[in-house]
Design a protein around this ligand. Sequence first.
Ligand SMILES: [Zn+2]
Length: 393
Amino acid sequence: MHPLITVWSANLILASAAIAQSAPVAPRTGAADDDPIRTLVGRLDLATYKSTIKGLTQFGDRRQGTERNRAAVDWIEAQLKSHGCANIARLKYTYFPSDPELPSGPPIARRPDAAVGGARYRGIRSHTGVNTDPHLQPDEKLRTLNAEPSKGGAREEIYCTKGGATHPEEMYIVGAHMDGIGWGEAANDDGSGTALVMELARVFSSADVRTDRSIRFVLWNNEETGLNGSRAYVEQRRALQGSKQEPKWLGMIQHDMLLFDHGMPRADGTLAATQRAEADVNIEFQTSSKFAVQAQQLAWVFQVANEKYATDYPASVGSHMTNTDSAPFQDLVPAISLRENERGTQIGAGWDPNWHQPTDLYATYDDADFRLGLNAAQTTLAALAGLTGATIK
Ligand SMILES: [Zn+2]
């Protein structure tokens, strides 16, 4: 193992221990519960998180290569600006629908119960797929909003950065994809993750918040076509690390579909109407990645942060992260993803009937659903605050 990685891993374990023991980052005065991480987590709330998701749904499914997608990128930029997030920039690349779709995970093993990402299916599975039929969207207004087809060409995706006070040259990347498909509103996939990243940008960009290390907030485009937006970022900026333009990457944390955990489909293919009592946030790393050991440590830092700071739902760690924008990073830095369910065995087995469907609408979800996304936001915010040494002036 490279000595730097050993040092980094040790830092991670220390960060994990710091969160676990609630040790303040710096000596503090006042009451024993004067915990900056708890204060920061308290700046997230359900109403604001919901309204950010609602704001994203005004652009329909935000399919890449359309005017509604470009309008959503502009809207996200304006929101980030209003939150005071610094150094807003756009990554530019091109995408043509004829581009070969690159695999977003390791190859699927030829076993009847093999799920993507290396996992194994258990229990009842139900149908999954992508809706491509506009007539399955009964809302005429939404059908019209989503009507423009995708065209190949120039693409843009937005990011902004919280600069570290003592180590601005090192950063964590926090991401979600803002594009969607399926003739709905992409409220969950991935309005829920995009709103989470925007909410974290708001909290960390507050003038009274200081972090030792930097945090970059990125809203990927073209996830649904094969992670083309995050791949473009890696291709263009990987070699710039350590220069003035690009801090060194410490880790990548992706958020994709965070609202719906109603459990396994029943034998007849139907699902429970409400969030299950056992709902959890699923934190996944990829066991076959080059940074599997460090990614696993990072995942446990997030699990510990959830246990200490998330208000309602616990988190589980799994080893089969796949099909998401953290994949292009996984052999370069520790990479994890947060979801409502495991991607391979659960989402892949039909646990989310709204996935890429006309029913992925803001109105489909209730507060118990939205609250799972809020708990994922609390988890990532708390973990990042610990990892970057956040304090409040
Ligand atoms: Zn997604």
